[in-house]
Design a protein around this ligand. Structure first.
Ligand code: ATP
Ligand code: MG
Length: 267
């Protein structure tokens, strides 16, 4: 159970002098799921990488008052797990070996995985229904299978904060739902804090508690799905023609549905 505090977090890529993210501040509570949305290049991945410590950032990032930049890689990885948008995957590793890497923060430098580590790996593989791939080489799996295995590695890390950058982009609709439902269950049962970037706006609105829309590195809207996902705003920010519908199921759950329409948006 951890609270993530961001104070004026900014990312600038020095090589090209690009400012990818202007000062972003937020408090993300234990068990909360924050969805980052916004067009290509908006700064979503930059923000997630800053939290994961993979790009240099200005400002302050803290988990329960512990400043992340003061931690070594291992201690940081025990707090923050990260699924990259385009992960580098070693083709010659088996699924089980790769998912076991998620346990690295808990295994001493010269130590070997314990039975408990293997149990965590088995459990995650089972929950993501990846058992049949356990002994297969990653280079011999499909793109969607590999993406689920990358998610499995992050879940095996058992960090209280989980960062997901487009974790379902290569998944079919069934596996998308399975992966997001598993994350939803983990945050309910383990109070994991989740921050995800998702391009599918309907899914983003359905699974998260709160959406933040970024554009050119700055927040242009924040709130629940009904507040943020308006046809007018999506038209302006994404340059797209959509309608937004609110669907109410038999249990009274409301779901904001973004439907792309033929045509070009007004300039
Ligand atoms: N390593 C880098 N060096 C220089 N500029 C970068 C680097 N990575 C990203 N950028 C730039 O920073 C800006 C934000 O990129 P970022 O990857 O955060 O966007 P995003 O919102 O994740 O986009 P997408 O939806 O396409 O994944 C873009 O203008 C991008 O070109
Ligand atoms: Mg991105």
């Amino acid at each position: 159970m951890s609270t993530l505090t961001l104070e004026d977090v900014a990312v600038r890529y020095t090589k090209r002098g690009v400012s990818a993210l202007a000062g972003y501040s937020d408090v993300i509570l234990p068990g909360e799921w924050l969805g980052l949305i916004g067009p290509n290049g908006a700064g979503k991945s930059s923000l997630l990488k800053a939290i994961a410590g993979l790009v240099r950032s200005d400002g302050r990032l803290a988990v329960d008052g512990v400043v992340l930049d003061d931690l070594n890689d291992r201690s940081r990885a025990a707090l923050v797990a990260y699924v990259a948008q385009d992960p580098l995957i070693p083709n010659d590793m088996t699924t089980r070996e790769y998912v076991l890497l998620g346990r690295t923060p808990y295994i001493g430098y010269f130590g070997s995985p314990t039975r408990a580590d293997h149990r965590v790996v088995d459990d995650v593989l089972e929950r993501l229904r990846l058992g049949e791939f356990a002994d297969r080489l990653l280079g011999e799996l499909s793109g969607g299978e590999r993406q689920r295995i990358v998610l499995a590695r992050a879940l095996a890390q058992q960090a209280p904060i989980l960062l997901l950058d487009e974790p379902t982009s290569a998944l079919d609709i069934g596996h998308q739902q399975q992966a997001l439902e598993l994350v939803a269950e983990l945050r309910r049962t383990e109070r994991i804090t989740v921050i995800s970037a998702l391009h599918d706006l309907t899914l983003a609105g359905t699974y998260t508690d709160r959406l933040v829309m970024l554009h050119h590195g700055a927040v242009v809207a924040a709130g629940d799905a009904a507040e943020v996902l308006t046809a007018d705003r999506l038209g302006k920010i994404y340059n797209v023609c959509v309608t937004v519908e609110v669907d109410v199921d038999e249990l009274g759950n409301r779901q904001v549905v973004v439907v792309p329409r033929r045509g070009f948006p007004a300039p």
